[in-house]
Design a protein around this ligand. Structure first.
Ligand code: GLN
Ligand code: ZN
Length: 758
């Protein structure tokens, strides 16, 4: 019998119950015990949901009050010394202190979990790091599941992935050296799970999806040799990989002394046969056949055919699962009451995906006829989706066909454009500007909410937003900036705002996905050909421009960011979708230009996160991503100035691509690295203009004029001052007006002082 299982269930709750409980606890509205009760209720509900969906082997240990990596840090007692952990059981106070910081200690760092939008808490390692079982939470949760009559498969992050994703806080120290200390504690954890009658442990080693050095691979062999169950009774291990192909390690993985492997067949369908060939007879192979990273209903007939093929080799040893943990997928489609019913029929969220897994299991075990109706329904839904007129826009497709090299080419090279733009705008040296948004005050949020609920009429809303624009323009006049922005008051979110105005996008009410801690995002669903029925930003920008003689930048979100922060259709290559988005933005750029807007910023904060996990695939991505940006931005006259913005500055490995994007001006985040990250641009001789951020907008601290001046002087040592702009790191929407005004006044003053020097 093929067995069905799940790698992990979203913990935030279908209605974000965990978020509410956490934030209530942090505010002091409920106490720790009440939080724990609510968390236990959620776990119970999730276990029952999975059982009802028909899953045989249900995970425990996938729940976290903040983050699964932080759970491992807690279980392993690897608390950074700066938190003074002591030797007791680690409690919630310390757990949240590591996640969120305290009055005296900054929080542990947070970074992206592989290529997802989920952020984990980065473990900190030094030569003194030692491990011990420091939390009994996991073991308690096993008991909770058992009390429901569920014998769970326990999920742990594997020792190599745990170390790999951490960072060294001591120069010269290699975190892999900690492996020998770590393994005995993993063994102890496994032994304790065995004593609780846990039969299977899923040990996640997604680091295998990355480019790895040999010492890490030898570490893998060493680790699993040490965790093999000789002598002591230990649970069986299912080593789980996901997010990429691991067939380059197939031989090694087949030989590991574990009891099974899980591979991702959604990201890497081609790896199946390599694994099937000579697959060891004593091992389970779990196939991740239902996409855990997307929201589309599966093609069950096709999935069943693949599984049936694998079953010929594997027989009873075939397991069926989603490709990865469902953490990255919304919880339950049933809650969507307002979603168009045609589109809804094309979708599957976590609960529906588990049902798909279960149907496939039934099909394998009882024959196709047992699931005939469901197979047919799935095929029909796929077919309807394929043929639906709302997915296809002939105008857009024809434009894609007609795209030529010329469409991604400005008329003249940068040197020529630069002169024309300077003639037009007459900027001083080191022109000053901001990144786009101004403070999103409670009044703005209230007005937007009231408008959405229909409590505020069109005209009243328009007037409220225009008042905000007036305020922003007046303040910028007072501050003395050179290039203005309208302030983005009308935008709740930089992707949703545009998505709502484009055909081809749908929105959910509850399609939340955890981003970090209690934070969630609700990515829009890009389901069909993208088409822009009418201008999206022109009225706002034009109004702002009417209030001042200074140039106001038009403000758009770029095609790659639109793509990266949405759930994207899986029926055509992402590169095609990116080009469609690019064409829509190109039209908006043209309309802005026609309306007299001379400077247009196309934000691409997500450009870097689109990079594939394996370096070998980078070029292909960069090629189409750069092209999409160029298509969006190249339809303008030479003296129209194109800006782009990215909220980070680790560009060194992709600088040629960044230069290839060809924006006349790029603004980036450099204040926290104290301009160090600008060095790469200098060494590369980055040709176009660049605004390295001098004001860290993430912090409430207002920098002094002298500090910003110092940063600018450093920038001048690396980049010719004729190429430099002066601006904050990112948009100012999370800050308050008084902070913003003071900080920007000082920034403008710093620019003035430096101009006098050069
Ligand atoms: N223009 C946007 C803003 O200022 C850019 C946001 C971002 O980079 N994430 O808010
Ligand atoms: Zn930014």
């Amino acid at each position: 019998m093929a067995l069905t299982h799940n790698l992990g269930f979203p913990r935030i709750g279908a209605r974000r119950e965990l978020k509410q409980a956490l934030e209530a606890c942090w505010r002091g509205d409920i106490d720790e015990q009440q939080l724990q009760i609510r968390a236990a209720e959620l776990r119970k509900h999730h276990w029952i949901t999975q059982r009802e969906a028909g899953i045989d082997l249900i995970p425990a240990g996938d729940f976290a009050l903040y983050d699964q990596m932080l759970n491992m840090t807690t279980l392993l007692g690897a608390v950074p010394a700066r938190f003074n952990a002591g030797s007791d059981e680690i409690g919630l106070d310390l757990y949240f202190a590591m996640a969120r910081g305290t009055a005296s200690q900054p929080a542990m760092e947070m970074t992206k979990w592989f290529d997802t939008n989920y952020h984990y808490i980065v473990p900190e390692f030094d030569a003194h790091t030692r491990f011990r079982i420091a939390s009994s939470k996991l073991f308690r949760e096993v008991a909770e599941a058992k009390a429901l009559g569920i014998s769970p498969k326990v999920v742990l992050i594997g020792p190599l992935t745990y170390l790999y994703l951490g960072k060294e806080t001591e120069p010269g120290f290699n975190r892999l050296d900690l492996l020998a200390h770590l393994l005995p504690v993993y063994r102890e954890i496994l032994a304790r799970l065995a004593s609780l009658d846990v039969e299977w442990v899923q040990i996640d080693e997604p680091f295998l999806a990355l480019d790895l050095e040999d010492d890490w691979l030898s570490g893998l062999d060493q680790a699993y040799a040490a965790l093999a169950g000789t002598g002591t009774k230990l649970p069986k291990l299912l080593l789980a990989t996901y997010f990429e192909a691991v067939d380059n390690h197939a031989a090694r993985l087949k030989n590991l002394p574990v009891d099974g492997l899980h591979i991702d067949l959604c990201r890497a369908p081609d790896q199946l046969d390599i694994f099937l060939e000579g697959y060891p007879t004593g091992k389970v192979l779990s196939l991740g056949i239902i996409d855990g990273r997307n929201v589309w209903r599966a093609d069950l007939a096709q999935a069943l055919a693949i599984l049936a093929h694998a079953q010929l080799t594997l027989g009873e040893r075939l397991w069926i699962a989603p490709s990865c943990s469902l953490l990255h997928c919304p919880v339950d489609l049933e809650l969507e009451t307002r979603l168009d019913s045609e589109i809804k029929n094309w979708l599957a969220f976590s609960v529906q995906k588990l049902k798909e897994v279960s149907i496939l299991g039934q099909g394998l075990n009882q024959g196709e006829n047992a699931i005939r109706e469901k197979l047919d329904a799935s095929t029909r839904a796929r077919q309807e989706r394929r043929e639906s007129p709302r997915n296809h826009n002939p105008v857009m497709q024809e434009r894609l066909q007609r795209l030529t090299q010329n469409d991604s080419q400005r008329t003249s090279p940068f040197e020529v454009r630069q002169v024309l733009q300077q003639q037009r705008f007459q900027f001083p040296d080191l022109p000053t500007t901001t990144i786009g948004s101004f403070p999103q005050t409670p009044e703005i949020r209230q007005a937007r909410a009231a408008f959405r609920k229909g409590e505020l009429g069109n005209l009243q809303y328009l007037e409220a937003m225009r008042r905000e624009i007036q305020l922003a323009i007046r303040k910028q006049e007072e501050i003395g900036l050179d290039v203005f922005v309208h302030g983005e008051a009308e935008r709740n979110d930089m992707v949703e705002y545009f998505g709502e105005q484009l055909c081809g996008y749908a929105f959910t009410e509850n399609g939340w996905v955890q981003s970090y801690g209690s934070r969630c995002v609700k990515p829009p669903i890009l389901y069909g050909d993208i088409f822009r029925p009418e201008p999206m930003t022109v009225d706002w920008i034009q109004y702002a421009q009417s209030l001042t003689t200074k140039p106001v930048k038009g403000m758009l979100t770029g095609p790659i960011t639109m793509l990266m922060w949405s759930f994207v259709r899986d029926d055509q290559p992402r590169s095609t979708t990116a080009l469609q988005l690019a064409l829509a933005i190109r039209d908006e750029v043209a309309d802005l230009e026609r309306a007299g807007i001379g400077i247009i910023q196309i934000d691409e904060p997500a450009f870097r996160e689109g990079l594939p996990l394996k370096k070998a695939n980078w070029n292909e991505y960069l090629k189409w991503a750069v092209e999409a940006f160029r298509v969006s931005s190249s339809g303008v006259k030479d003296d129209t100035q194109i800006h782009t913005h990215m909220c980070y500055s680790e560009f060194n490995d992709i600088l040629p691509a960044i230069a290839d994007m060809g924006a006349d001006v790029i603004t980036i985040e450099t204040s926290r690295s104290r301009m160090e990250l600008l060095d790469g641009f200098g060494q590369f001789k980055y040709p176009n203009e660049i605004g390295p951020g001098v004001y860290d907008i993430h912090s409430p601290r207002i920098p002094e004029t002298g500090e910003m001046l110092e940063l600018l002087e450093k920038a001048c040592q690396v980049i010719n001052s004729k190429q430099l702009w002066v601006n904050p790191d990112c948009g100012l929407k999370t800050r308050s007006w008084p902070e913003v005004v003071t900080a920007l006044e000082r920034m403008v003053e710093a620019a003035r002082q430096l101009r006098a020097q050069i």
